[in-house]
Design a protein around this ligand. Sequence first.
Ligand code: MG
Length: 159
Amino acid sequence: MRAGTGYDIHRFREGGATEGLRLGGVDIPGVPQLEGHSDGDALIHAIADALLGAAGEGDIGQHFPPGDPETAGIDSRELLTRIVRLVAARGFRVHNVDSTVIAEQPVLGPHLASMRDSIAHTLGIDPSAVNVKATTNEGLGDIGEGRAIAATAIATLDE
Ligand code: MG
């Protein structure tokens, strides 16, 4: 068994565009998008880094450098799928993932089950092996003032 951790933060797009937030592979309408080279899905990125960490394979930025036109605007679930393939090629299987989203807005409770299902589907594991939690930042700092969303994750791999 090997474990890895991941962390990511993305700011909300400026300008009040409410084109829809994507988090954990779930589209949440009426909320601004997060900035990013890909779709800005901070939760998927944190999970991706946790998997890479557990496999001893660096981080997401090394595998998918920001600025690469091939991944511009890409659905982060596609990046996660590629990382699962890489991890499998190294002889590992995803055992479980736990994660926390830190966001002042929107209220994420109604979306957590969908995120869990989406992540489990992308990882090719049972939803019971995936957990997604949400908390606020108690109004403190950039996250607390609603300017960004952060996520942390831990993943374990079976050899
Ligand atoms: Mg990111």
